[in-house]
Design a protein around this ligand. Sequence first.
Ligand code: SAM
Length: 288
Amino acid sequence: MSAASGTVAESGVLYVVATPIGNLADLSARAAGILGSVDLIAAEDTRRSGRLLQHLALQTPMIALHEHNEREQAPRLVEQLRVGQSLAMISDAGTPLISDPGFNLVRLARQAGIRVVPVPGPSALLCALSAAGLPTDRFVFEGFLPARASARRARLEQLADEPRTLVFYESSHRIVDCLADMVELFGGERPAVLARELTKQFETFIDAPLEELLQRVRSDADQRKGEMVLLLHGCPAAAAHEVSAEAGRVLETLLEELPAGKAARLAARITGVNKRALYERALSLKGS
Ligand code: SAM
């Protein structure tokens, strides 16, 4: 076992502890050990985390650390770490810092030379992705889209050609507007998955093209309830026009001996990458 893997907190260490996103049985034994042995827990909402500690029969003291006080609170907590106290940071649910507070504290602690130890566990992002059935080799986590419609649409426009799987956190009262914008900007055929109430009693995955997903969410109020993660297949056309690093290398080698058209044709035969995309790359390489 490495030094970082113990279940008893060490002096002067900041532990970043993931907590359940619904099912309390998902709390790891290591997380429970650390929460029970640190000097102090910095919690996003002490009342809410109080219920988790109660469930674990723990009485570790807590202090609030949330988006409104993190900047003032972080230096104080780093001071406590510096004098040898151990500290666990938790958010309301899931992994701290993932669309949650904690970034300022972790950065400040690292700058101060404090050891920061992750205690991994649930996160809605990976939980949804692991069971959605969309490509996972590469993905983009977009977190929450802007609340204002114009800003949301502007962000979506920037993402329309993204070839990787897209993952969004979305709130129940914005999901219909968000899906409607996506249908308009990405097309109704784009495969999508709405993962709702993960690890809870009413966990639901709806796997459908965007237009159908929008209709189902519009027509069934139950599908607009609770917490949700929205996942989209990457833009298929963009993926088809992507030049992989390997294909780029093959093309560059061929370009040393051949004109752009011929090099692109051969590189497409060798690598299976789209010929036009390779030709465009070849032209830009020749140009530079
Ligand atoms: N830090 C958390 C994590 O690691 O997943 C995320 C915190 S963020 C403030 C809360 C958002 O995460 C929710 O609005 C929802 O989009 C997503 N989420 C959290 N729990 C979820 C669950 N049980 N099912 C589906 N989505 C969830």
